[in-house]
Design a binder for this molecule. Structure first.
Ligand code: SF4
Length: 232
């Protein structure tokens, strides 16, 4: 199934280098559909700011495309896949190996696309593969770590609950605690549970989260520490 029409030229920045991409429309769409090319929004080496691996260096691949529609989303520019250049996974991997042993694939919603070719290529280089996903589409790819961040308006599908290593629920208001508990009943006993304040309301919800975690210590607090560090 081909889902997007792409333009013919793109300039994409990958860790400071610029690539001019051009391909015939049909070829591009077929390659994207197979997961051999991905609409790449950005790729960068930084510190993982959130969740279980916070504070550790990693190379991030941000893939465009998401129709989940969270009203508080802080990467809305990722939503429209057509605005991000289809990029060959070979080029993405070739750059990634220069920076880190740990690769975090994020979005957008990366599971919009077939992640098998990208993750196979990363694994063939001996790299650790992590994904940050809402789980709104079926799980594809080979993953060493799955961070599942479910969203109310498009719930996870398939077996991703059982496969998740980390459940990260974003707290925008007090009703999200009930949603978090519902979601926690679906993951495995080994899954690490996090509550993370939505950034724009952090001052209001952090005290609620602190209180909740102290009363319900199976949960941990996750903060977007990269925003406090002023890094990507
Ligand atoms: S799932 Fe993630 S990328 Fe998509 S709208 Fe929600 S926060 Fe934004």
């Amino acid at each position: 199934m081909i889902r997007f029409q792409f333009q013919l030229y793109w300039e994409v920045e990958v860790t400071g280098k610029y690539y001019l991409c051009r391909m015939a429309d049909k070829q591009v769409m077929e390659q994207v559909d197979k997961g051999m090319m991905l609409p790449l929004m950005e790729a960068f080496y930084t510190i993982q700011g959130e969740g279980f691996h916070k504070g550790t260096a990693a190379y991030f691949i941000r893939v465009g495309g998401c129709d989940v529609g969270c009203h508080w989303c802080d990467v809305k520019e990722s939503w429209n896949a057509e605005t991000h250049p289809p990029t060959a996974i070979g080029d993405i991997v070739e750059d990634a190996v220069n920076y880190s042993d740990t690769i975090v694939v994020t979005g957008g919603e990366p599971l919009t696309w077939n992640m098998e070719p990208l993750t196979s290529a990363l694994k063939s280089k001996g790299l650790q593969t992590h994904i940050e996903t809402s789980g709104a589409y079926p799980l594809s790819g080979i993953w060493d770590w799955i961070c599942l961040s479910p969203k109310k308006n498009k719930l996870p599908v398939g077996d991703i609950y059982a496969r998740a290593d980390e459940l990260k629920v974003i707290v925008y208001n007090k009703h999200d605690f009930r949603f978090a508990e519902e979601q926690a009943t679906k993951v495995s006993g080994d899954c690490v549970l996090y509550l993370q304040p939505e950034w724009s309301v952090r001052e209001k919800v952090i005290p609620l989260i602190v209180d909740y975690v102290m009363k319900n210590p199976k949960w941990r607090v996750s903060l977007q520490t990269h925003k406090y560090l002023n890094i990507p």
